[in-house]
Every structure is written in structure tokens, then in C-alpha cells.
Design a protein around this ligand. Structure first.
Ligand code: GLC
Length: 479
């Protein structure tokens, strides 16, 4: 049984800005229960973490971390939840602030976090066989694990949840942040800058990303954000493991947030639809096809495509509800569009988990036309609530949604290939056609009911990866 330490910058239910938090909040449980792996998680102790959690934490130890010209005191607090042990790294200077990202010194904050994680290894009564770091915020922890070797036999896995964010800083910070000889610059530098993501990719024994589709895409310049040559070089150690979701949590049969519980009954789903129409002030009509978009309102999610076609689409006899917050450009646009189409479009500029679940339960279709999508969890939640996903064929969307084929009767959703607004409109119109053809709609619904994306298979893949890595005595001298 291996000991695994997850290093990450967010984790549900403590602190969340995106899908990373959901993965860190649910994969350890699956690994522990199904695979008998001892997984613990280390995170920064942000002020943002609610009092209800902070009150449950217990003080564990304190030590100093030398960093730049300062010597920082760090304390570790622990908390056990659903049999997973969490370690929180507390440092007032870097983490006692409002929110979790968005500061001019974010790069420095997470380089510091990584230093503190490596130092913490000397103070925990837990000896990881594998340090599993996630995204750029934990990249430097992988580099330091390899360079300093705090635990001789410890191997490293680095997971890319999104290659767009890399944690890039001027190269002269190297001398401030690390008391290391210059020979180590090469492993941390990319394009003349210090790059945290690159540092993780360069030093990790194994690299994973969150879907097989994305693992392929990031070797091409269109998706690689400049890192394709490095990823091609490390191809033998790169694998895509599809994310899952916690299907006990996202269960329409028991979800306390939704008014009418169901397993796969379309009739009960329609009852949810009617209640939601009433709640948000749309005309009440159980037959009316209801589409929804639930997302952070950012470019990655394909919202420019939606902007282009929304008025044409709303000429159809449909309803659309948009839920989320994000870039002001999109917030304004979709709020204004809702004013133009009061009986068809509702835009709710908020993030409300219960409302999101009510929407998943009520809607017939879920639209997710991402520009790129490492995995995507929302389409999996939609399927879990028997809502038909309409996606662009990229990354994890392509791996989880198969276009409905009238001839063979296969497929659990709708999809289009090119990042083109008219292709989105065509596929939206087509979804409406299928919705109105009883036989096809029934077949499609049955396929949706059979789609399952729990963590079981993926947890097994990670466990196998850990085992092979722990057993290999190879030193990884790549490049
Ligand atoms: C990032 C990606 C998303 C993925 C999530 C969890 O948020 O953008 O596609 O599902 O990480 O891995």
C-alpha cells in the first residue's frame, strides 16, 4: 500500500475556484476506498477557508522556511474529513488575504508554498512514496523534490489540469527564490522566464493530464500554450487519465438541493423544469425545450460562439438559462440579451451551487462549446442528471460525449468540431429536431441514462501508475 501526498492549491469543500478543487476533493476518497492507497492532501491555509473548517483544525507543528531574504515561520494544521487527512500550511504573510488568487505576487506565493511543502516532509509523521502535485501552483514542489531529495525513495507525479496557466515570473527571481546553483535554472526556465508549470513537467517522474484527448492535444501548438516541444520530449511519461465525479454527491435521486427526486424518469425531470420556470419567471410549459449554460464566464468556455448566435437561436421556440460569473464583457452581454428576450432567456450572474443543481435537474440540454477543455466536469454532472450535453469536440468533452447518430441509435449528446459559431447554431438546431422526434429522443435519453463517469476506473488507473512508479527503481534522467 503506497503513501501518496497530494499537493494542490484548492480543494472542495474548503476552498474552490474551479474544477481542480472538485478533483482534489474527491479523488483521494476514491483512491482510499477502492484502491487502499493512503492519500493525504496538503494545501495552503487561506483566510478564505470558512470558520466552520478552521474550527475543526488542530495545530500540528511549526518550523522555519528560508525563502528569499526572509525567514518565514510556517505552522501546520490538520483536519480529518471522510477519513482523509488534510495538512494546511499557514503563513500569515502569503496566505492571510482575501480570496485565493489574483495578487501581483501569486507566483512568489506558490513558490513559497512549494518550499514549505518540501520542508514539511521533514516534520510529518507520514512518509510519502509519491508526491502527486497538481497544476502550476505545485510545480516547484516537484522540482525541489527532485533536486533536494528530501525523501530518498520518493517519486513524483505531476498533473496538468489546465496548461494555459503556468505561473510565469522574471528569471532574476531565481536567485531570490532558490539557494541553488545556476545549473538548476535550465529545468525551471522557459522562454527566458521562470515557469512553475514547466518546472513540474521537466522534473516529474510521470506526467498526467485529465483526459486522453487533452494528453494528445497539448502536444500540438494550437493547444500547448508554447510547451509542445517539452511535452513531445516527455511523451513516454505522459498519460491522460479521465476525471470522474462523486456520483454519490451528484445523485438526482437523493440530491437535497433539487425539489423532485428521480433516477431517470423524464416525467419527474419535467416537474423540476416547471418548478424552475416558475422560480426564475419564465413562461411555464413542460414541453418547451430548456437549454442551460452553467459556467465561469470566461473565454475558454466558448462564450464568444454563444454571443454570436444567441439572437438567432432565441428565434426558435426554446428557453435558455445562463448561470455564472466572470468577465464583465460576458456578464454585460448576457444580461443585456436577457432584457431583449425576457420570455426566453434568463441570465443569473451569481454562483450558487444549489441553483446549479436545480438547473442540471430541470434542463433538457446543457451547452458547453469550449475552446479547449482539459476534462470538463459540468458535462459529466449534466449526464448524471440526465441532461443532454451539447459540446465542442475537444479534450475531455470529446472523450465523454459521443454525438447522437440517428442511423445506429448510438451517442449520448451532440457535438461539433470547429470553433465556429455557425457550427454551434447548426448543432443546436439539430438538437431541437431530435427533441421533437419522439423515437429518437427516447433513444438518446436511454443512452444518456447509461452514461456513467464515477471515479472507479480512473482511481484504478492512478493506483496502477503509483504502484508501477513505486516499484521502479529507475532514476529518471530525461533530457
Ligand atoms: C480545469 C480544467 C477542466 C478540468 C478541471 C479538473 O479546471 O479547465 O477542464 O475538468 O481542471 O481537472
Amino acid at each position: 500500500m503506497e503513501n501518496i501526498l497530494f499537493v494542490a492549491s484548492e480543494c472542495t469543500p474548503f476552498v474552490k475556484t474551479g474544477g481542480l478543487a472538485d478533483v482534489i476533493g474527491s479523488l483521494p476518497q476514491a483512491l482510499q476506498t477502492n484502491e487502499k492507497v493512503d492519500v493525504r492532501v496538503i494545501l495552503p491555509l487561506y483566510d478564505e477557508i470558512g470558520e466552520e473548517w478552521q474550527n475543526q483544525m488542530t495545530y500540528y507543528t511549526s518550523f522555519n522556511v528560508e525563502f528569499g531574504w526572509r525567514n518565514h515561520e510556517v505552522s501546520i494544521y490538520t483536519l480529518t474529513r471522510q477519513s482523509i487527512e488534510y495538512y494546511f500550511i499557514s503563513n500569515e504573510y502569503y496566505f492571510t488575504r482575501k480570496g485565493i488568487y489574483g495578487y501581483y505576487d501569486d507566483g512568489e506565493r506558490f513558490v513559497f508554498f512549494s518550499h514549505a511543502v518540501i520542508e514539511a516532509l521533514q516534520h510529518l509523521d507520514f512518509v510519502p512514496d509519491i508526491l502527486h502535485a497538481h497544476d502550476w501552483q505545485a510545480g516547484i514542489a516537484v522540482a525541489l523534490a527532485k533536486i533536494k531529495q528530501p525523501i530518498a525513495h520518493m517519486k513524483t507525479v505531476f498533473t496538468i489540469h489546465n496548461i494555459r496557466y503556468q505561473g510565469v515570473m522574471p528569471l532574476d527571481t531565481f536567485a531570490n527564490f532558490f539557494q541553488l546553483p545556476d545549473e538548476h535554472i535550465a529545468g525551471m526556465e522557459w522562454g527566458g522566464m521562470l515557469n512553475c508549470l514547466k518546472s513540474g513537467l521537466f522534473h516529474a517522474d510521470k506526467i498526467t493530464t485529465v483526459s486522453p484527448g487533452y494528453a494528445e492535444e497539448i502536444k500540438h501548438p494550437h493547444y500547448s500554450e508554447g510547451l509542445e516541444s517539452l511535452l513531445i520530449e516527455r511523451d513516454d511519461d505522459l498519460v491522460g487519465v479521465l476525471n470522474g465525479i462523486d456520483i454519490r454527491d451528484y445523485n438526482p435521486l437523493t440530491d437535497p438541493a433539487i425539489p423532485v427526486h428521480y433516477r431517470s424518469s423524464r416525467v419527474k425531470k419535467r416537474e423540476n423544469k416547471v418548478l424552475l420556470q416558475e422560480k426564475v419567471g419564465l413562461p411555464i410549459d413542460a414541453d418547451k425545450p430548456l437549454y442551460t449554460i452553467i459556467t465561469r464566464l470566461v473565454e475558454q468556455k466558448g462564450l464568444h460562439l454563444v454571443q454570436h448566435i444567441i439572437h438567432s437561436f432565441l428565434e426558435e421556440d426554446v428557453q435558455l438559462i445562463i448561470l455564472g460569473t466572470g468577465d464583465p464583457e460576458f456578464e454585460h452581454f448576457f444580461a443585456e440579451a436577457a432584457r431583449i428576450h425576457p420570455n426566453k432567456l434568463v441570465t443569473m450572474l451569481t454562483f450558487d451551487e444549489d441553483l446549479a443543481r436545480q438547473l442540471y435537474a430541470a434542463a433538457d440540454f446543457f451547452i458547453m462549446p469550449s475552446q479547449f477543455e482539459p476534462c470538463g466536469l459540468a458535462q459529466l454532472i449534466a449526464l448524471q442528471y440526465k441532461t443532454v450535453p451539447i459540446v465542442r469536440e475537444t479534450g475531455g468533452l470529446k472523450d465523454t460525449v459521443q454525438a447522437f447518430n440517428e442511423v445506429t441509435g448510438e451517442g449520448n449528446g451532440f457535438s461539433f468540431t470547429n470553433y465556429n459559431a455557425h457550427d454551434l447554431l447548426t448543432v443546436l438546431d439539430y438538437s431541437l429536431t431530435i427533441y421533437r422526434q419522439r423515437e429518437h429522443w427516447l433513444k438518446l435519453s436511454q443512452n444518456v441514462n447509461k452514461s456513467r463517469f464515477s471515479w472507479d476506473d480512473s482511481a484504478h488507473e492512478y493506483a496502477t501508475l503509483y504502484r508501477e512508479l513505486a516499484e521502479s527503481n529507475l532514476t529518471t534522467e530525461h533530457v
